[in-house]
Design a protein around this ligand. Structure first.
Ligand SMILES: Nc1ncnc2c1ncn2[C@@H]1O[C@H](COP(=O)(O)OP(=O)(O)OP(=O)(O)O)[C@@H](O)[C@H]1O
Ligand SMILES: [Mg+2]
Length: 359
């Protein structure tokens, strides 16, 4: 605080203050007995002036102090007995003051240098921080754009799936049914020829199997139940198919009420469950799966729990070749939801998805 005030004062004011200090020291020296040495106190005005002004003024004060000191010590040169001796001691004192002045001014230069280095480093650091903030903001922006792009790709993919599934189901399905009708007509026309009837029967069987395959492809591309009856019946059907295919004991619990979820969101939830079930079938070696759907605080909660091998989540999520878990998380974020993956090796894996419902 005092230093701030001194910093603001001009050189003239500081020199005046220095002279006042010097007078106070000299007068005290004058009125006290000569046995008490006052040399150290003369350093106060010298140090004050040197620190707060230029070295030159410090040297000037050193000279005045050396002179005043000898003057006060000899009662105004009255007590001088040996001029050479007094001249010598004055020179020594002057030298001592000069050394102190030089040391103080060097210290001051060091302090100023250090302050400059600190100011420069601080401004460099501030620049670095602002650069860092900038690249962080750019990165966030890029990741937001990537997410948006991902969402668009997903929507386009699902739209295309709907179109292809419809065409496969309607066009191909109807054509195959028509082929079957034609085959039956030929069989009836040649009912008296057992070879032709047998051949037609075989062809009809192949066509029936192809119709089943076509329906399966179409349903994999876009589960019809999802559009017709909503998310819960579609999930139920997916689970039934999972049990049939894997023979894993599966428990399924869902609410009785209708779940209020848009079609575009329903397909994303469906795909997350599909990937989780695929992972269970491919990796978990489990004997039991539990799937629960609950409504909690306007959120849909989907839990998929298996009692399989579990895995080290951190290692797996960093593996670039595995995209299923990452895709699940991306999909959850698309819906402004969250996906928790809790897994313990040799105990099992629990995947919990929260998705906001439409109100
Ligand atoms: N339910 C689970 N039980 C045991 N291990 C699992 C389970 N789910 C995932 N994993 C492990 O996590 C890894 C990553 O799964 P992720 O779905 O990301 O990739 P992936 O299934 O190997 O390949 P893909 O990209 O085709 O899905 C799997 O390879 C498997 O080791
Ligand atoms: Mg997978």
């Amino acid at each position: 605080m005092i230093q701030d005030y001194i910093n603001k004062a001009g050189t003239f004011t500081i020199l005046l203050a220095g002279l006042l200090l010097l007078s106070a020291v000299a007068l005290t020296d004058f009125f006290t007995t000569k046995e008490i040495s006052f040399s150290i106190f003369y350093l106060i005005p010298i140090a004050f002036v040197t620190w707060n002004t230029k070295r030159l003024y410090g040297i000037l004060f050193s000279f005045i102090c050396a002179f005043l000191w000898i003057y006060m010590d000899t009662d105004g040169f009255k007590l001088v007995t040996n001029y050479a001796l007094h001249f010598w001691s004055t020179i020594v004192r002057f030298g001592f003051f000069i050394i102190v002045t030089i040391l103080i001014s060097k210290l001051k230069i060091l302090k100023v240098d250090q302050e400059n280095i600190i100011t420069q480093r601080t401004s460099e650091l501030l620049n670095e921080i602002s650069d860092h903030e900038k690249s962080k903001a750019e990165l966030l922006q890029k990741s937001r754009q990537l997410r948006e792009l991902n969402k668009k790709i997903e929507t386009i993919k699902e739209d295309q799936n709907v179109q292809i599934a419809r065409e496969i189901h309607d066009e191909l399905g109807q054509s195959l049914t028509a082929v079957n009708l034609e085959v039956n007509w030929v069989a009836k026309k040649h009912a008296d020829n057992p070879d032709i009837v047998a051949k037609m029967y075989e062809i009809s069987k192949i066509v029936d199997n192809t119709i089943v395959t076509v329906r399966k492809i179409s349903s994999d591309l876009r589960p019809r139940l999802l559009d017709q009856l909503g998310i819960l019946p579609a999930i139920e059907s997916l689970l039934k198919e999972f049990v049939k295919r894997t023979k894993i004991e599966t428990e399924f619990n869902m609410p009785e009420i209708k779940v209020n979820l848009e079609n575009s969101a329903s397909i994303i939830v469906y795909r997350i469950l599909q990937e989780a079930l695929t992972n269970i079938a491919r990796h978990s070696k489990c004997t039991r799966v539990e799937v629960y759907i609950n409504i909690e605080n306007d959120m849909l909660k989907l839990s998929i729990i298996d009692n399989g091998t579990g895995f080290s989540f951190k290692n797996k999520i960093n593996e670039t070749k595995s995209l299923g878990l990452i895709g699940m998380q991306e999909r959850a974020e698309m819906l402004r939801g969250t996906l928790e993956i809790n897994t313990v090796e040799n105990i099992g894996t629990e995947i919990i998805l929260y998705v906001p419902l439409n109100n």
